[in-house]
Design a protein around this ligand. Structure first.
Ligand SMILES: *Cc1c(COP(=O)(O)O)cnc(C)c1O
Length: 384
């Protein structure tokens, strides 16, 4: 039996075979503990970790000591947000974030609220972008952190990081950005963008699940962070736990590949996205969610008027793997908080599909997908 076309690359990606091949020797042959400083097995693993750390640092114009490996972006976000709250609470207890953030940012903030911190969740414009004037007005003397994502996981919108960084530093506030969707896909530079903390994950860029990192600025200014995992003092005391060498090696390789192929790949994927949008535009009553051009190359998020969201997904499932406007969390089936933040009704948010185009999708697949979406929407509307 044919498996559906995979078009959910903002949820996760397959691991690139080149990444798998690079990882394999680190399971069986170079299996040492990178912290073992007394023998060759440890040195080999440490050298591999050092190499990956350098690749990630270079990718964002940071230095290797500023990279803390974690289990993914959820952990990196938790470390950044709770770590800052704990280290800076005597300076202030106000934190600013955005309505369209991933739950891995929103939920740590909500947790801090229960401890007495004050959280301001900024609304977004209709196109999903932050209102920079509003941000500037909202920062106070006791604001210790601004957390605004680089690229949105549902609607692909890219926030103006350099402008946000400039405002935060002018106001002496730490700037954290969740870059899980952005790393190696769009240019990121912690110096010119004045970013203090940045979260990453491997599994959205063809590396395995279970590996990520947090960039922590060391100078101009030096950012203090309270560790959230205590133990052997790994990662300069900020994240204890034996380093997961094969995953780290794979993460480094995935970034290396993505950077080397970025221009070509992002051109190709942008063309596929534009083609899909053009084909689907034959349908009436559809809305593109998020800014039309300031978005990730592979993301197309569309709301369909006059169809039932569940019926739509059901009609597409055998042909394609996509996400609907309700798949934002693993346990609940609320409508997406990102789409309602754009001003959509619950009903329209449900009747939304995220098409996530990736490295391994072809033009033929896009044509098949478009055809199926068009015929499904048309037949659902005829039933009404
Ligand atoms: C996927 C994702 C996360 C969570 O990353 P994990 O590595 O799966 O924990 C956080 N933020 C954004 C924007 C994401 O897309």
């Amino acid at each position: 039996m044919h498996r559906p076309i995979y078009l959910d690359n903002q949820a996760t990606t397959p691991v690139d075979q080149r990444v798998v091949d690079t990882m394999l020797p680190y399971f069986t042959e170079y299996f040492g503990n990178p912290s073992s400083i007394n023998h060759q097995y440890g040195w080999e693993a440490e050298a591999a970790v050092k190499n990956a750390r350098q690749i990630l640092a270079n990718a964002i114009n940071a230095s290797p000591e500023e990279i803390i490996f974690t289990s993914g972006a959820t952990e990196a976000n938790n470390l950044a947000i709770k770590g800052i709250a704990e280290a800076y609470f005597q300076k202030g207890q106000h934190i600013i974030t955005l309505a369209t953030e991933h739950n891995a940012v929103i939920d740590p903030c909500k947790y801090l609220e229960t401890l007495g911190f004050e959280i301001t969740i900024l609304p977004v414009e209709k196109d999903g972008l932050i209102d920079l004037n509003l941000l500037e007005k909202t920062i106070r003397d006791d604001t210790i952190l601004v957390s605004i994502m680089a690229a949105n996981n549902e609607i692909g919108v890219l926030q103006p990081l350099a402008e946000i960084g400039r405002i935060c530093h002018k106001k002496n506030t730490v700037f954290h950005t969740d870059s899980a969707q952005a790393i190696a896909k769009i240019p990121l530079d912690v110096q010119t963008m004045q970013i203090d903390l940045m979260s990453f994950t491997g599994h959205k860029i063809y590396a395995p699940k279970g590996i990520g990192a947090l960039y922590v600025r060391r100078r101009n200014p030096r950012v203090k962070l309270a560790p959230q995992l205590h133990g052997g003092g790994h990662e300069r005391g900020m994240r204890s736990g034996t380093l997961y060498t094969p995953q780290i090696v794979g993460f480094g390789k995935a970034i290396e590949i993505a950077l080397a192929e970025r221009e070509k790949e992002s051109d190709r994927i942008t063309k596929l996205r534009e083609k899909l949008w053009k084909l689907l535009s034959q349908l009436e009553g559809i809305h593109l969610n998020g800014h039309p051009t300031q978005r990730l190359p592979g993301n197309l998020n569309i709301s369909f008027e006059s169809v039932d969201g569940a019926a739509l997904l059901l009609g597409l499932q055998s042909v394609m793997a996509v996400s609907s406007g309700s798949a934002c969390s693993s346990t609940n089936t609320l409508s997406s908080h990102v789409l309602t933040a754009l001003g959509h009704s619950e009903k329209l948010a449900y009747a939304s599909i995220r098409f996530g185009i990736g490295r391994f999708n072809t033009e033929e697949e896009i044509e098949i997908v478009a055809q199926q979406v068009i015929s499904t929407v048309q037949s659902l509307r005829q039933l009404q």
